[in-house]
Write a protein that binds this ligand. Sequence first.
Ligand code: ADP
Ligand code: MG
Length: 205
Amino acid sequence: MKLQVNDIRKWMEVSNQLIQENKSYLTELDQAIGDSDHGINMARGFQEVITKIQDQTYETPTDMLKDVAMTLMSKVGGAAGPLYGTAFLKLSMAWKDKDEIQLNDIKGGLQAGLDGIKQRGKATSGEKTMIDVWEPIVQLLSENDNIDSSFFEETAKKAMNDTKDLKATKGRASYFKEKSIGHIDPGSASSYYIFSALSTSLEGA
Ligand code: ADP
Ligand code: MG
């Protein structure tokens, strides 16, 4: 299992496809416990990512992910833009000078991305945010030497659904207090699409 520049490109393309297909769903989730913009923010940002990277030649995953990070930071908006931007920037830095990304690099990179999100959002697990999808992925990766490509899709899906039972204590959803319980966190859903796309790009890689 290893990722090269073109696999990372595929990861971003499939992320974009899933986000475009589920734009209304993400907006619905953010309507319940936010301000209804998450689908619009993410669809705009990821479309810009594809526009930015599609015709460029990149030497390394790091170079491509730096562009991805900068685009997300400047084009997504809301709370999620800087958070995803930070995550992808940390990922890019963790993979510096590598042509091929192995499972161990994925572990280290996602750990760095998670740490970046936590730092930037001043949040931790259990607060009903995207962290509640990233954290179990990083945790289970650290406990397993072997995973198959479906790991990311399956783990993220369960983690996303588990955010339903949590009470939001960070971000806009925290204004809803107890009423935030019973709804999936929008950022956990968009993170699920990103991890689902990672599974797709790992198939046969
Ligand atoms: P906004 O809340 O500014 O409208 P979005 O709707 O685009 O931004 O994104 C909301 C998502 O961002 C939430 O569902 C949650 O997953 C994530 N989020 C919000 N605040 C934080 C935070 N402090 N730390 C981590 N994630 C957060
Ligand atoms: Mg919102």
